[in-house]
Write a protein that binds this ligand. Structure first.
Ligand code: PLP
Length: 388
């Protein structure tokens, strides 16, 4: 069967290779501990599950979702209320908020709404791999913007050549960042908005980790920057703060033209999110937030354990202020695939090689903190034994 040309443009999916290596190791009888995938290990809060159960009992919710692709107005109002409370950002739920099937969906549909064949999309390197696929599926050409450790992984916007800025339609940002765990201060967003306006570029901030932050740090929203509503859209998600990755619910907020473009794409693609899940989303956003606080405390303990372990074996990771990832250079800047293979061989532990996030990720690796405490402790002990 002949597949579409666009599929051949996607790089080999690194995580499939890793999965194969894990399978082989397990077949050899190794008790593999995977620190590879960023998927919360703890359950969704009870009151959210109860809201789903109650809403699922109501036959009115068994039909196509209310307001279909836009999301129920009640959910959009809840998301707007949350943005007001959390970031001091005012949003019109009718025009400036869209319910999403997770922030990943937002990346994809925004590309279809904004990019035409041959348009140029600017993507961070290293960066979340799905941005590349979304841009390629929209027929766009991709240019990578390097992120450097010494800049705190913020792009050097002023170093983007005028010619490139002139032909780019879209820039993806993602702070707090996967995979580097870097964060963006509000003044960076302010500069980015100014730059995007000067160059007539759509700005996307993918912000699903805004609530996973440590030591009292509160990540910003790009919409807090003056003038952001003119050029920017932000994606947020219930996946991470409420352990709801499987539920598939999030939101796009920002410029009304971008929101209506995405809505138009969705109208022709999906029919929205099961109402009962949207009611559960409202319960998450408006209900008690103590479980998120407990979750962050648990991740912070895990973060500290991983940092201590990596430093004890001679590595030099940055201390993350947000996300549930630790990003570290490999020993002696060894190729990341080689180091990941060695860690699996010697310790039975899976780490993610930085090369999977782009050329600039080479010489680094990522550890995810979303594994139960006991398994993470065991993984850290094994790393100390194998590399200490
Ligand atoms: C940067 C980034 N964006 C989006 C997602 C997907 O999130 P969601 O579950 O909201 O689709 C992830 C998940 O790992 C991510 O790291």
């Amino acid at each position: 069967m002949q597949k579409a040309e666009r599929l051949s443009k996607l790089p080999p999916y690194l995580f499939v290779q890793i999965r194969n290596k894990i399978r082989e190791a397990r077949e050899r009888g190794i008790d593999v501990i995977s620190l590879g995938v960023g998927d919360p290990d703890q359950p969704t809060p009870g009151h959210v599950i109860q809201a789903l159960q109650a809403a699922a009992e109501d036959p009115a919710n068994h039909q196509y979702p209310t307001d279909e692709e836009k999301g129920m107005l009640r959910f959009r109002a809840s998301a707007a209320g949350w943005y007001r409370e959390r970031f001091g950002v005012s949003l019109d739920p009718e025009r400036e908020v869209l319910a999403l099937i997770g922030s990943k969906e937002g990346n994809h549909h925004l590309c279809l709404a904004v990019l035409d064949t041959g348009d140029c999309a600017l993507l961070p390197d290293p960066g979340y791999p799905a941005y590349f696929a979304s841009a390629v599926f929209a027929g766009a050409e991709v240019e990578r913007i390097p992120l450097y450790r010494e800049d705190g992984y913020l792009p050097r916007l002023e170093a983007i050549p005028t010619e490139l800025a002139g032909r780019a339609r879209l820039l993806f940002l993602n702070y707090p960042n996967n995979p580097t765990a870097a964060v963006a201060p509000l003044d960076f967003y302010q500069r980015a908005v100014r730059w995007a306006k000067e160059n007539d570029i759509v700005l996307v901030n993918d912000n699903p980790y805004s609530e996973i932050a440590y030591d009292g740090y509160r990540p910003a929203s790009i919409l807090q920057a003056e003038g952001a509503m003119d050029v920017a859209v932000e994606f947020n998600s219930l996946s991470k703060p409420y352990n709801m990755t499987g539920w598939r619910i999030g939101m796009a907020v920002g410029n009304p033209d971008l929101i209506s473009g995405m809505s138009q794409v969705k109208e022709n693609t999906d029919s929205g999110i099961f109402n009962a899940i949207q009611y559960a989303g409202i319960a998450a956003l408006e209900g008690p937030q103590d479980s998120t606080r407990a979750l962050i405390a648990a991740y912070q303990r895990r973060r500290d354990l991983v940092l201590e372990t990596l430093r004890a074996i001679g590595l030099d990771p940055d201390t993350p202020r947000a996300t549930f990832y630790v990003w570290s250079p490999t020993p002696d800047t060894r190729p990341s695939m080689d180091f990941a293979a060695e860690v699996l061989d010697k310790a039975g532990v899976v780490i993610t090689p930085g090369i999977g996030y782009g050329q600039r990720g080479e010489g680094f690796f990522r550890i995810s903190l979303t594994v139960p405490d006991a398994r993470l402790e065991e993984a850290c002990q094994r790393l100390r034994q194998a590399f200490g």
